[in-house]
Design a protein around this ligand. Structure first.
Ligand code: KIV
Length: 285
């Protein structure tokens, strides 16, 4: 594995003050984490989107803390140096501040995370405050928040109207004042993202489908490589169609086994003739 320096919060803030965009991707497993480490990704999010991308659920709501911990541990084994963010799943922080602190603590103690993310605005500021007071870096998530997709009326852009945009700006300030080190803006208009980024004083702003004016960008790994079959959101540029490559490989495997052209001698293991003869003697053949 190529060695690089551990990405820490001070290093992320240094990038921000140097005007260098922060790179961030989702990741849910060891081999992908290994590749992302090699590519030099700054931050990795083990998102509860794994409920859809890895476990095949219709939404993120069925994902449990135990699901998250298992995947986050695997990711950490593949990426010792990226700044690793654990995504708090549905109902792991909404019920109370204490629940939020306990579950955030699990990400740190059991999966060696560097911080956590949770969804929601001013109404979740006390959770962020409690988690940060417990010594755990916490980030917010505004705009399209998938755990509230039903209340939001579907996967759609948030903050197109002035009133809703103002609420998102106020929510961002509330999270920043509660101690969030960063805020993710998902699917808000680019100009709203720019306004919030300009107003951020003690936290940095990350964009997922919210335009270029944030301090950095996040993409869902499965979207960028054509690995999620159900839908392809507009913000998800496909950087390589791994899904197609894998499907072609699978078809070829089926064909070669069916036609007995796989395996070939280079794909199996032999044994010395004398050992084989001895074996046949032992078997009486
Ligand atoms: O779960 C996740 O991957 C997320 C992204 C959609 C931001 O929260």
């Amino acid at each position: 594995m190529t060695e690089r320096k551990k990405v820490t919060l001070p290093r992320l803030f240094k990038k921000v003050s140097d005007g260098q965009p922060i790179t961030w991707l989702t990741c849910y497993d060891y081999p992908t984490a290994y590749l992302q480490e090699q590519a030099g990704i700054d931050m990795i999010l083990v998102g509860d989107s794994l409920g859809m991308t890895m476990l095949g659920y219709e939404s993120t709501l069925p994902v449990t803390m135990d699901d998250m911990i298992r995947h986050t541990q695997a990711v950490r084994r593949g990426t010792p140096n990226a700044f690793l963010v654990g995504d708090m799943p549905y109902m792991s922080y909404q019920p109370s501040i204490e629940t939020a602190i306990r579950n955030a603590g699990r990400f740190m103690a059991e999966a060696s995370c560097d911080g956590i993310k949770l969804e929601g605005g001013a109404e979740m500021a006390d959770r962020i405050h409690g988690i940060v007071a417990a010594g755990i870096p916490a980030m917010g998530h505004l705009g399209l928040t998938p755990q509230s997709v039903s209340a939001l009326g579907g996967y759609r852009v948030q903050g197109k109207g002035a009133l809703q945009a103002k609420k998102i700006i106020d929510d961002a300030k509330a999270l920043e004042q509660a101690g969030a080190f960063a805020i993710l803006l998902e699917m808000v208009p680019d100009r709203l993202c720019e306004l919030i980024t300009k107003r951020a004083e003690n936290c940095f702003i990350m964009s997922l489908g919210s335009g270029p004016h944030a301090h950095g960008q996040l993409l869902i790994y499965h979207d960028m490589f054509g690995l999620y079959p159900r839908f392809k959101p507009r913000m998800a540029k496909v950087f390589g169609n791994a899904g197609e490559v894998i499907l072609n490989g699978l078809k070829q495997y089926v064909q070669e086994v069916s036609e007995s052209t796989f395996p070939q001698p280079e794909n199996w293991f032999g044994m010395p003739d004398e050992e084989y003869e001895e074996l046949l003697k032992m078997l009486g053949e």
